[in-house]
Design a protein around this ligand. Structure first.
Ligand SMILES: [Zn+2]
Length: 239
């Protein structure tokens, strides 16, 4: 968490700047308890509608702004207003400095620094990320395991190294996360008939098998063909 950014939000001294993305709205988002009712053309938040807690509950509105910002950054900071184009030379990374967020020198530099998408052609990059994380553990794995999980944005596959060390999950083993793999397109693919097969499951299998082979340990993926967050674990099968 960026404590400077949170501190700035807590100060409530936003001036005419959008508390989510730093765009200069020209008017304050809120005037005391009265919202401007405006939509920010940059990030799309509508004051008085999307920040329902307004200024009444300071903690809740700060969380709301931070979540809205995180979602906008996840989508790579698109200009929101379809009816009015972004100002010439608009740079959302420079703009975010107004809300005390530093993503580097410029938007183009930030984009260039992002990891590649989790698609098969970028498998070598994601394999090396997982291998690096495994090396950082400093302990040899006894197994590599892939496991489905889900959150509000959909299904994903987590790749774990299993280490011989007690944990809250198992008296003898610990799972250490190596990488999460999300296929592009989200769960809408289920309805479009694009999955199965799930490309993220295939990537998890290939990377997992390769790491397992390198360490001469088993690779375990109980439900490769379809999402299942209740699948048995490797350690259930080895009892
Ligand atoms: Zn905004």
């Amino acid at each position: 968490m960026n404590t400077e950014a949170v501190g700035w939000l807590r100060s409530r001294d936003y001036g005419t700047v959008c508390p989510v993305c730093g765009y200069d709205l020209g008017v304050p988002a809120w005037d005391g308890p009265i919202s401007s009712g405006r939509a920010c053309p940059s990030c799309g938040i509508t004051f008085g509608r999307d920040d329902t807690f307004g200024r009444g509950d300071s903690g809740a509105s700060i969380i709301c702004y931070l979540q809205w910002r995180a979602g906008w950054i996840d989508r790579h900071m698109p200009w929101h207003d379809m009816g009015a184009p972004a100002p010439a030379g608009w740079d959302p990374v420079v703009q975010l400095r107004h809300v005390r967020e530093n993503f580097g020198a410029s938007y183009s530099a930030w984009l260039a620094s992002l990891p590649p998408p989790q698609t098969p052609e970028h498998m070598p990059y994601w394999r090396s990320r997982a291998a690096q994380r495994l090396a950082e553990l400093g302990r040899p794995p006894v197994a590599i395991e892939a496991l489905w999980d889900g959150d509000t944005t959909g299904w994903f596959v987590s790749l774990y190294a299993i280490i011989a060390h007690p944990s809250v999950q198992h008296p003898r083993y610990t799972e250490a996360g190596l990488i999460n793999l999300r296929g592009p397109g989200g769960d809408i693919r289920i309805f479009n008939g694009d999955v199965p097969p799930w490309p993220e499951a295939r990537m998890a299998s290939e990377i997992g098998q390769s790491l397992a082979w390198e360490h001469t340990v088993p690779f375990y993926f109980h439900s490769q063909s379809e999402p299942d967050d209740q699948a048995p674990r490797w350690w259930d099968e080895t009892e």
